[in-house]
Ligand binder design. Structure first.
Ligand SMILES: Cc1cc2nc3c(=O)[nH]c(=O)nc-3n(C[C@H](O)[C@H](O)[C@H](O)COP(=O)(O)O)c2cc1C
Ligand SMILES: O=C(O)C(=O)c1ccccc1
Length: 375
């Protein structure tokens, strides 16, 4: 069946049904970051898969994030003798061996019993930053203890009770986190139809948002419409950690942020989980980069699935990108090993794409290498 001179991986051999249809079974091993989703879906309870995969409203923005990368083309340079490219980057909270960070995502123990400990060990092995969610199911101090080599940043939803916000900041500092990522796209929770359909409101028995412990209770995470720039100023006075604002979408807000002592911006629409119909994150990027004018690094997340996506975002001015769901799919499919594999795939794809673009490092990328196709 296999032609002379071709090779086929185990588990991929096609067979022909009695009606003559050629069927190619799902690969036994996930070979691309995207294929991890199928493996994860097969292992997760449907309500947990839908929690991770889902977005707000009609999920217009969820789809737009990935689709926008498909509409961008890369135009490579040739004959530059660039050699084997470097993939490392310098960021407000230190260096990373690759320009792909682990975005903050909640509830990793729903995907694997080791939860955020496994993710942090994989991020450490990849030499990249893990942004620990405030809604992690392992306390940030325990995540740090489980992966002493990991570079951790802490994601924070400013709580209206600023004394408790300070408690959270001190916990992050004590755990050795190197930056605070303050999520500002959530003055309320997004409209999550998939969660409502399943009645997914609570974590299972024995699982909790461990960072929110306060005496004998676990506080609820408050998403408050009262939070304003004044809170960012209070936070700025509270800590010397670099502050990165996550979820800035409007260039006017990017300009305002520069007056509040932030060390970076993370352009994001929360993976399409907050306000539906926000533009794709990569489409928001150029205007924000222009508004910031190089004053601070601009990172982005949303829809990054391939090394070529990373290059497109960086050519448009991103200092690094982050991935949310791909990490969850790796974790659910194969625990720490799965996350290691996803990050390793992305790193090697970035390296290969840089080579094919004639770049010695991400610094050789520029906006002229990206075209918008009409697809
Ligand atoms: C399951 C899930 C949980 C998330 N939890 C958080 C969170 O706790 N805090 C936060 O700032 N962003 C959270 N996000 C948003 C991510 O940080 C990130 O913006 C988004 O996932 C990027 O899109 P991608 O999944 O297409 O890579 C979450 C995203 C997902 C998918
Ligand atoms: O699900 C999310 O996107 C999210 O950001 C979140 C925040 C707090 C608790 C749980 C999830």
């Amino acid at each position: 069946m296999t032609g002379v001179g071709t090779t086929r991986m185990a588990g991929e051999s096609p067979h022909v049904t009695d009606t003559g249809t050629r069927v190619i079974p799902a690969p036994a091993v996930p070979w691309t970051p995207r294929e991890f989703e199928a493996a994860a879906r097969a292992r997760l309870a449907p309500e947990h898969y839908d929690y991770f995969a889902g977005g707000a409203g009609d999920e217009v923005t969820v789809r737009a994030n990935e689709a926008a990368f498909g509409r961008l083309s890369l135009v490579p340079r040739v004959l530059r003798g660039a050699g084997r490219p470097r993939t490392d980057v310098t960021l407000p909270g230190g260096r990373a061996a690759m320009p792909v960070l682990v975005a903050p995502t909640a509830f990793h123990r729903l995907a694997d019993p080791e939860g955020e400990r496994a993710t942090a060990r994989a991020a450490a092995a990849a030499g990249t930053v893990m942004i620990v969610s405030m809604a992690s199911t392992v306390a940030v101090g325990e995540v740090a203890a489980a992966a002493p080599e990991a570079t951790l940043w802490f994601q924070l939803y400013v709580q209206p009770d600023m004394a408790f916000t300070e408690t959270l900041v001190r916990r992050a500092e004590a755990a050795g986190c190197r930056a605070l990522v303050v999520t500002v796209d959530s003055p309320a929770r997004g409209l999550r139809d998939r969660e409502r359909r399943h009645g997914f409101w609570d974590l299972p028995e024995g699982m909790a948002c461990e960072n929110l412990r306060d005496g004998g209770r676990v506080r609820p995470i408050v998403m408050s419409p009262e939070i304003s720039w004044e809170h960012i100023d209070l936070l700025r006075e509270m800590t010397t950690l670099p502050i990165i604002l996550k979820g800035v979408a409007h260039p006017a807000d990017a300009r305002l942020a520069l007056g509040h002592g932030v060390s970076g911006l993370l352009v994001s629409n929360h993976g399409g989980r907050q306000l539906d119909t926000v533009p794709a994150a990569v489409d928001l990027l150029p205007e924000i980069v222009a508004a910031v004018g190089g004053a601070v690094p601009v990172l982005m997340d949303g829809g990054v699935r391939r090394g070529t996506d990373v290059l497109k975002a960086m050519a448009l001015g991103a200092g690094a990108v982050a991935v949310g769901r791909p990490v969850i799919w790796g974790l659910a499919a194969d625990g720490e090993r799965g996350v290691t594999r996803v990050l390793d795939l992305l790193r090697s794809e970035v390296e290969q794409a840089l080579t094919l673009c004639g770049c010695a490092s991400v610094h050789d990328l520029d906006p002229g290498m990206v075209r918008r196709s009409c697809r």
